[in-house]
Structures are given as C-alpha cells and as structure tokens.
Design a protein around this ligand. Structure first.
Ligand SMILES: Cc1ncc(COP(=O)(O)O)c(C=O)c1O
Length: 389
C-alpha cells in the first residue's frame, strides 16, 4: 500500500467535501452575477461558503475575498498593497514561501526597500530583531507567515503584530499552512491581511482567499467585472468555493481531534527517528505544526532519499515541494544557520488526519534500510578510491 506523508504539499480531497461539490459540477449551475434564479442560487452558495470560512477564521464574511489559491492571495496582498501606497519599506521574514518572497523582492523595482527579519536556529523569527528593524526602518508593511511550510515552526505572529500596531504598520500573514490545522483567529491576531489556501486542509486545489481588515488598503490585481466587491474580477470557481466552505466547516468541527491524532503520531515518528545515527531534526525545540517533521541524515542526500522512498511507495518531500526541482539548499534552513551540506540532506515528512501508525512503521523501516544501504555503498565507493596496496 502506498504511504502518503506529504500533506504540507497538498491533501486528499475529503469525501464529504467532494459530496458538497458534486451537485455544482453536475446539475446546479448559473453565474452568481446573473439576476435570474439560477444566478441567485449560485450567489447563495458562494455566500454560504464565505460564511463557513469566516466561521473558521473568526472574520466577518465581507472581509473574505476568494482567489485561485495561496499564491494569488500572497501576490494580491503585497502587490495590491504597493499599488495603493507610495513606496516605503517592506519587512518580510527570512523564511517566507516563494509565493511571498518573489513578489516582495520584485517591489524593489518600483522603489520599495525590502528587508528580511532573521530567524533563530530553531526557525522562529527573532522578535528583538523585528523590533529593532521596525524602529530603524519604520516599515509601512510587515509580512510574517503563521507557520513555516518546511519546518512547521509556528511564528510569534501575535507579538510582531502588536509591535506593528503600535507604530501604525500594516501586517500580512501567510496562514496557508496553519488554517484548518491550528486555530487561526483573524480578529484576535489583530492583523490587516491573511492568506488562506483550501487544498492544504482537504479542500480542492485552485482556491484560496485573502482576508482583509479594510479592503480599501489594497488595489485589485484583476479588474474587469466587479466580482468579489471589485477586489478580484472573474466568474467565481463555484464548485471549488463550495468545497472550500465545506472543508472549512469540517476543519472547524474536527480540528482538535485531527491535531491530537497527528501530534501523537509525530511523537512516535520522532522517537523512532532518534534511533538513526547522525540524524538532525530541524526546529526540534520550536513549537511546530502537529504533523510536520523535517530532518536530515548526515551524508544522505535528501533528493536521493526521497526517490528511494518513492520506490518503496512512500511519498515525502525534500525541502519544499514547491521548488523541489531546484537542487539548492532550502533558504529556510540556510536562514536558520544550517550548513549547506546538511541542508541538502533535508527530508520533510508531513502527516495528515488519515495517517496511521502502520504508515509511520512502514516509513521508518524503509528509511532505516535505505540509510544503511547508503552508508554501506558510500563506504564501498570511498574504499574503491583508495590506492591499491
Ligand atoms: C506557506 C505557503 N504559502 C503559499 C502556498 C501556495 O499556496 P497555493 O498552492 O494554494 O497557491 C503554499 C503551498 O505550498 C505554502 O506552503
């Protein structure tokens, strides 16, 4: 049986979510902007999904703007903010996802200065450094992800948001990896913008949202139709939005039990991993997502391990799935001060609500064999380079 341990990359569509979506892919249709009964029925479905997502995030439904996913929401937050304000300073953490980093750095071309807040060796943003940078740079916007997609380290978002509020700095957070997994309370966090993605918590891919405290703070990227209160033009992806709402509702009801289940399995996994010589679990001392473990085994190249695990039917990620075709050490691990050689050994295991103990046993058994073979063959190669005596 194949074993899927890559839930931070994407999750399986939950059957109850599919059930909610199916009528909107079969018999129910209509353009939500149309005034007739078909259109009105679809408008009701979109607004119901908005309420379901608002319920999960403790936001007002009218603060939620549907997008095509986390990537678009991150782009909209930064580019939309820059389009509505004169160039200033943007602070981002050193461990942001590429969908945030790249639009951030691109803003330099339009006169923005962009600085990175460093993280500790546990992959957590240094709040003293954040305070100092805010004092020196007086940024107009700070973007700090809620938890990192590679290490799972949860960030001190509330503290950074409180600092920013005291200086009138706007705050965005990418909560793509936390939504549906741990509580995300938009109101209590006191931030201005929040990114969410549905497929990270058993919703469909290709749908996400940007939550905005004050929509007037940003300008839309897509115009021409006035959809989403003029924030994002384009006919709504109805089945996906309905699925997003259903996934949010289920996550709200089941979050605690899912998290408890994953935490238990994570503890078992880490206990077993510690028996492997020369293993390093990254961000081990940090508060992390319930299902995320990133580690490296010295001398065992991460991508090679990944491919060998794949041969045994086990799916994991090396570094981050979004740039796993690039053979460079992860910028997240480098920012934590991990040596490049060790960073290249990184494997990320991310558990899901349906992962079970057999999956963990199977992974550990396969990993042990691969690492042993790796070591034996490395010794063999090393010996074969020796001059014959
Ligand atoms: C932290 C983070 N932000 C953003 C994204 C992008 O989300 P999407 O796949 O919905 O575009 C991802 C997905 O890998 C992610 O992990």
């Amino acid at each position: 049986m194949p074993v899927y341990l890559d839930h931070n990359a994407t999750t399986a569509l939950e059957p109850r979510v599919l059930e909610a979506m199916l009528p909107y892919m079969q018999s129910l249709y209509g353009n939500p902007s149309s005034l007739h009964r078909y259109g009105r029925a679809m408008r009701t479905a979109v607004e119901h999904a908005r309420e379901q997502l608002a319920g999960l995030l403790n936001a007002q439904p009218e603060q939620i703007f549907f997008t095509s996913g986390g990537t678009e929401a991150n782009n909209l937050a930064l580019r939309g903010y820059a389009a509505a304000h004169k160039p200033g300073c943007l602070l981002i953490s050193a461990i942001e996802h590429p969908s945030l980093r790249e639009p951030a750095f691109e803003l330099r071309d339009s006169g923005w200065s962009v600085d990175e807040i460093p993280v500790s060796n546990q992959g957590v943003v240094d709040t003293d450094a954040a305070a100092e940078l805010m004092r020196q740079k007086t940024p107009s916007l700070v973007s700090l992800m809620h938890a990192n997609n590679e290490t799972g380290a949860i960030q001190p978002l509330e503290s950074v948001a409180a600092m920013a509020r005291s200086t009138g700095t706007a705050v965005h957070s990418d909560a793509s990896q936390t939504t549906g997994k741990i509580p995300v309370d938009f109101k209590a966090l006191g931030i201005d913008m929040l990114t969410v993605s549905a497929h990270k918590f058993h919703g469909p891919p290709g749908v996400g949202a940007l939550v905005l405290k004050q929509p007037a703070q940003i300008k839309p990227l897509l115009i021409g139709g006035g959809h989403e209160q003029g924030m994002r033009a384009g006919t709504e992806n109805l089945p996906a939005i309905v699925g997003f709402g259903a996934a949010a509702e289920l996550a709200r009801q089941e979050m605690d039990s899912r998290a408890a289940h994953m935490s238990k399995l994570k503890a078992k996994l880490e206990k077993e991993l510690h028996h492997i010589p020369e293993i390093c679990i990254f961000a081990e001392q940090a508060e992390r997502l319930p299902g995320t473990v990133q580690f490296g085994v010295r001398g065992c190249h991460g991508e090679t391990l990944l491919l060998q695990l794949d041969r045994d039917g086990i799916a994991v990620s090396s570094g981050s799935a979004c740039h796993s075709d690039v053979q460079e050490p992860s910028h997240v691990l480098l920012a934590m001060g991990v040596e490049p050689e060790l960073a290249l050994t990184a494997i990320r295991v991310s558990l899901g609500k349906d992962t079970n103990t057999d999956d963990i046993d199977c992974f550990i058994s396969s990993l042990n064999t691969i690492v042993q073979n790796f070591r034996t063959s490395t010794v063999r190669v090393r010996n074969s380079h020796m001059a014959p005596v």
